[in-house]
Unconditional design. Structure first.
Length: 240
């Protein structure tokens, strides 16, 4: 589904942020990208989406990510931003959800059908006609996820989806993520959320892969995490 082949990237006049990364994420996998600040997590997201371009090859469904293919690539990928206010820009949740499909030349009737199917599946019909500036942060995060799903992406990329949420809304967002059938790539410092939603974890440090394997194997390895400036998930650190 998504493949990095010896990918490197550096911002102008800076040291490399990503150094020769190679990995493959298969269709349907749920993968957490973890690491301390500056490890390269957000840059990987930008590279997949073609927002920045580095050296090496990135493939999405065997299509190379480059300027010529960006339109096709982005139809396959949905990106949930860390700050939902940067994503929800129409007056109501419904108008935001309609915007993407209509821009992809879906008829209004079909777009409306897609929007209602997503709202039904996520149990969010009550948000449909709410004004974005009048809903809570957790509701807005769920609405942002629904907006992305209305475009029927093959993969969903999420950047810190539970940041700044209260415990109740955090749990609602986690349960929403767990229900998604698409390929998922999630970056987060919330390791308990990663443990709940991801089967596989890629641990990054200094733009390189330190570990790549089953989520529980990596997230329960105190020595590995601490060596890379991270701590055990709270739910594991509380155990004797």
């Amino acid at each position: 589904m998504i493949e990095f082949d010896n990918v490197s990237f550096a911002y102008e006049s800076g040291a490399p942020v990503i150094k020769g990364l190679s990995f493959r994420i298969e269709d349907g996998e749920s993968v957490g990208l973890i690491g301390a600040n500056g490890a390269g997590k957000s840059t990987i997201m930008k590279l997949v989406l073609g927002l920045v371009q580095g050296e090496g090859r990135i493939l999405v469904d065997d299509t190379e990510v480059n300027k010529e293919n960006l339109g096709r690539i982005r139809k396959k990928l949905g990106f949930v931003l860390q700050n939902s206010d940067n994503q929800m820009f129409m007056p109501t949740v419904y108008e935001d959800m309609m915007f993407g499909p209509l821009n992809y030349m879906v008829s209004r009737e079909d777009a409306d059908k897609k929007v209602n199917e997503v709202l039904d599946r996520l149990g969010l019909q009550y948000l449909k006609n709410k004004y974005n500036h009048k809903i809570s942060g957790g509701e807005k995060r769920m609405a942002a996820i629904a907006t992305v799903l209305a475009m029927e992406p093959d993969a969903v990329l999420m950047d810190e989806p539970t940041s700044a949420l209260d415990p109740y809304n955090r749990r609602v967002v986690i349960n929403t993520i767990k229900e998604l059938g698409q390929t998922k790539i999630i970056t987060s410092h919330d390791l308990d959320m990663i443990m709940d939603t991801c089967d596989r974890v890629i641990l990054l440090s200094g733009g390189e892969i330190v570990a790549d394997g089953p989520a529980m194997d990596i997230l329960s390895d105190r020595e590995l995490l601490e060596a890379n400036h991270m701590e055990l998930p709270l739910s594991l650190s509380a155990r004797p």
